[in-house]
Design a protein around this ligand. Structure first.
Ligand code: UT7
Length: 333
């Protein structure tokens, strides 16, 4: 049975995002590590990224984004039934960051929990929320991608510190009325045999923080960038093709494709392989760098509010991240 014929249709009723004020430029990074503005821009497409203040938490950024999405969807926090937060930088190991956000929003009726799927988390959350709503278990949900990657970045490692940034994005999902848009098809995938390509090795049960290892850079993001790049292109292309086909569409039907914002060269390679022209590809990577689970959520909100697509048009979201994980969604707006 296709997802469209199962029970209720689910639409995206509103989006919101938030990024911290502080801008960290490539020029500043060139003074911190052995790199250059030119290398960062040509190898990644990133010009600057946002960095949260020391006391600004993931849940605070997420709450700002969530309030904007709820307002956009004209949904009161008191009527919210489900909060799913995708993050690899939770406020605390437990309770879930979603619980802090529930409290901040005053969404006392909402069930709230986190998921961990790295950069793919926002679209994993979309599929979970869509299924929970279309089954009739919940009437609405907010899904949030939020990260404070600056807190897990090794600022002495030039191969990673130039890539990441902080921010949050959110979307409100609810049962669609007749004639409204719908999430038409979703896809998720995981390949645990490639765990070693991108990870934070320490801080969990495999390698707890101790007094003797605290300065060993075990609690920051480690990545084999070139390998990740190769898998990212292949997996995102396949996932996008699957949801486009499952939604009964072809490349010409896509008004806007919103890919994970990790590297401009990855985005260009995917657009090329999917035969989607550059003007239909949404990019904000140059402003924010890679914000993991927040990246596609912020991009969706900015694309939506800037009129990159209109009601009734089709869009495709596609992501890739540590795990390795990947996911895609085809949506009629
Ligand atoms: O969000 C999760 C998914 N993540 C991704 O999708 C990231 C995927 N990977 C990438 O975006 C790219 O692999 C990077 C941007 C991380 C790296 O670009 P690359 O073209 O793959 O570079 P590389 O790692 O092959 O390194 C090329 C050279 C090396 O020097 P040698 O060995 O050729 O002499 C690096 O040491 O560039 C050097 N390098 C740098 N040079 C100046 C690495 N980082 C830097 C730097 N500045 N910041």
């Amino acid at each position: 049975m296709s997802e469209l014929t199962s029970n209720l249709h689910v639409c995206i009723a509103g989006t919101g995002s938030y990024v911290p004020e502080r801008i960290l430029t490539n020029a500043e990074l060139a003074k911190m590590v052995d790199t250059s503005e030119e290398w960062i821009l040509t190898r990644t497409g990133i010009r600057e990224r946002r960095i949260a203040t020391a006391d600004e938490t993931t849940s605070q950024m997420a709450t700002h984004a969530a309030r904007r999405a709820l307002e956009h969807a004209a949904l009161a926090a008191a009527d919210l039934e489900l909060i799913i937060v995708a993050t690899i930088t939770p406020d605390t190991p437990t309770p879930a960051t979603a619980c802090y956000i529930q409290q901040n929003l005053g969404a006392s009726r909402a069930v709230a929990f986190d998921i961990s799927a790295a950069c793919s988390g926002f679209l994993y959350a979309m599929k979970i929320a869509k299924r929970l709503i279309s089954s009739g278990a919940f009437k609405n949900a907010i899904i949030i991608g939020a990260e404070k990657l600056s807190s897990v970045t090794n600022w002495e490692d030039r191969s990673t510190c130039v890539l990441f940034g902080d921010g949050a994005g959110a979307a409100v999902l609810r049962i669609a009325e007749p004639g409204e848009g719908a999430i038409l098809a979703t896809e998720m995938g995981t390949d645990g045999s490639l765990i070693h390509l991108l990870k934070i090795p320490g801080g969990g049960t495999a390698c707890p923080i101790t007094a003797s290892n605290v300065n060993d850079h075990l609690f920051t993001l480690n990545m084999l960038g070139r390998e990740v790049f190769k898998h990212a292109v292949n997996r995102m292309k396949e996932a996008a093709e699957k949801v486009i086909a499952r939604a009964g569409l072809c490349a010409e039907d896509i008004a806007c494709i919103i890919p994970h914002q990790a590297n401009r060269r990855i985005i260009d390679a995917i657009a090329d392989r999917l035969a989607v022209p550059n003007e239909r590809v949404f990019i904000n990577l140059h402003k924010y760098g890679n914000t993991s689970a927040a990246a596609i959520a912020i991009a969706l909100d900015e694309a939506n509010r800037s009129g990159a697509f209109k009601r009734g048009e089709h869009i495709v979201l596609v992501v890739f991240g540590a795990g390795l994980t990947w996911a895609a969604a085809a949506i009629r707006w």
